[in-house]
Design a binder for this molecule. Structure first.
Ligand code: PMP
Length: 401
């Protein structure tokens, strides 16, 4: 008989300690006050260079006013899941406004981007189907794929030729797959490069496959007025069948969403357990998201300034001699190499008043540890010059330059 384990939870402490020993644990910083470009982290005034709040909408007066007003009219909670008693007029209005913004027939809001991916992907494809996924897709897509009973195939990062090879192979499968889903991030969060969505769509069309894009980092950044990657490539929802996104990044609030055909939305909300079985957003969340769409429609200067800042900062980094990889967007990695150097780099930046975190193995391949910077439309030229001066100083100190 096996010995009785007197402490069935001993693994918790042991596994945590193993992470600490390998320096793979998360040591959480504390943001004291709002997420703004000049903010306080762990008691120190710093320049924020790693938030997803690209347009600083989280502190925009119109969003704050809308949130406060909605609390007064609707309260702070929705009281239920949407299919029972939690389907408020604010949720319906948000979906109507989002669909209009995205030029889509219909949109559906989930509580987060993660729950959109993990809840919808396993419903779109099952046992007789195939999912074809970019090798660097986000973890929420990976979890959605894992929850599905479909077969999986991976294509090389942003490589349309390799996608074609995978789809050609899939044609030979017997019995023939019932459905094929090609899935990609729109903007890749570790490198800031853009998926070649036009090529992906053409390849998928050749094989009768569905196309699903996760545009978490492309919304309010790419496309006409920040409408995202589908707009950026002049595509539409007859060709990109699921355009998924999040309100947690450039929209400045929280919440996931999908846009596409009316059929997609009817299917998605009747089938996704992460939609059916979780409470709907509190009124201030829905109201602030509606206000964010208002701001994007009426204040185009934020997206423009974001790009001006991005170009200025990227040029500055490259001019200093840093390697910024293949970034094409406001996510600009500064590739350092070894994990320990990237961590030291981030710590020194913090001491100099710049908050930008290291991304290390296993989140990125060995030898490509980096400082990931994310641009913000509210940063001034002075802020950017201060940040560049700090990067130059630390780069020289640590012999990265
Ligand atoms: N997809 C991508 C590409 C992301 O970067 C993220 C956020 N890290 C998500 C999905 C999840 O979005 P949310 O924060 O709304 O859950």
């Amino acid at each position: 008989m096996p010995a009785i384990n007197r402490n069935p939870t001993s693994f918790l402490g042991e596994e945590y300690k193993a992470l600490v020993d390998q320096e793979l644990d998360w040591r959480l910083r504390i943001l004291q006050g709002p997420s703004s470009t000049r903010c306080i982290v762990d008691g120190k005034k710093v320049l924020m260079l790693c938030s997803n709040n690209y347009l600083s909408l989280s502190t925009h007066p119109k969003l704050i006013d809308a949130a406060i007003r909605s609390i007064k009219t609707h309260g702070v909670g929705s009281g239920s899941v949407r299919p029972i008693a939690g389907n408020m007029d604010l949720h319906i209005e948000l979906e109507r406004r989002l669909a209009k913004f995205k030029h889509a027939e219909s949109s559906l809001v989930y509580t987060s981007g993660f729950t959109a991916n993990s809840g919808l992907i396993p419903q779109l494809v099952g046992k007789e189907d195939l999912i074809v996924s970019d090798e660097l897709n986000h973890g929420s897509i990976i979890d959605g794929v894992r929850l599905s009973t479909a077969e999986r195939a991976i294509y090389k990062h942003r490589d349309v030729t390799d996608l074609g090879r995978v789809l050609n192979e899939a044609e030979k499968h017997a019995p023939a797959y019932r459905r094929i889903l090609v899935i990609t991030d729109g903007v890749f969060s570790m490198d800031g490069d853009i998926a070649p969505l036009d090529g992906i769509v053409k390849e998928a069309e050749r094989h009768g496959a569905m196309v699903y894009v996760d545009d978490a980092h492309g919304e309010a950044v790419l496309g006409e007025g920040g409408r995202g990657i589908v707009s950026h490539f002049h595509l539409d929802h007859k060709r990109v069948h699921v355009e998924m996104g999040t309100f947690s990044k450039a929209f400045g609030v929280i919440g996931g969403h999908i846009s596409g055909s009316k059929d997609l939305v009817n299917f998605a909300y009747n089938k996704s357990r992460t939609w059916l079985l979780t409470a709907s957003h509190p009124p201030p969340v829905a109201a602030a998201c509606i206000a964010a769409i208002d701001v994007l429609e009426n204040e185009p200067q934020h997206v423009k300034t974001l790009w001006d800042n991005t170009n200025y900062f990227k040029k500055g980094l490259v001019g200093l001699g840093f390697n910024t990889g293949n970034s094409q967007t406001p996510i600009t990695p500064v590739i350092i190499g070894e994990n320990a150097t990237a961590k030291k780099f981030s710590q020194r930046l913090y001491e100099l008043g710049v908050f930008a975190l290291p991304i290390i193995f296993p989140m990125v391949p060995k030898g490509t540890a980096r400082i990931r910077t994310i641009m913000n439309s509210a940063l001034t030229k002075n802020d950017l010059n201060d940040a560049l001066a700090a990067f130059e100083k630390v780069g020289k100190e640590l012999s990265v330059l």
